[in-house]
Design a protein around this ligand. Sequence first.
Ligand code: HEC
Length: 175
Amino acid sequence: MNSFEINKIITAIIITILIVVLINKASDFIFKLENEKIVAYKVEAPEGSVLQEKSEQIVDLSSLFKDADIAHGEKVFKKCAACHSVKKEGGNKIGPKLWNVMFRPVGSVTEYKYSKALSGYNKEWTWEEMNGFLLKPAKWIKGNKMGFAGLKSDKDRASVILYLNQNSDSPKTLP
Ligand code: HEC
């Protein structure tokens, strides 16, 4: 073996070691990326789910009605009045009549033709249900046909719910 051959062998060994180190680093990096992806999915999935939003709503409810104001609710209801009447003698419009709506079963005005989403919902209009529905109608009861984006402001929602509650044969006391 001459020194030229020894040099070649040493070079080959060094290159091999370098390649092994590089592959290691690369796979570490890819593994880390994968991990980060998995963590990101884990965090995102529950946040977007309706379930979590529903439970958050239930938690918020006790403080929701602190700033509720019936006169303000009457003003907010102007947004609903294009499609709903809330008067006792009022009839159905684009949407069902809303006299007595609080605590009646969802989708239960007999002469109104509801979507399957509402008529098959099988719950009552409790404070929680009405609050969740008015926050984001399309999300709360999937597939319903109320063309209304929702009321983002807590005060607007609480006040209009108070107003609906008042337009009833037997208004309930607030939660
Ligand atoms: C663009 C028209 C429109 C607007 C605006 C609108 N709604 Fe509706 N609403 C509807 C329709 C249509 C339905 C029936 C939905 C279905 O059958 O899927 C409905 C259903 C409802 C129901 C269910 C009633 C029941 O008998 O179960 C409630 C409660 C309700 N609306 C409240 C409101 C309130 C409060 C507002 C204002 C903040 C509002 N809506 C704004 C069209 C509207």
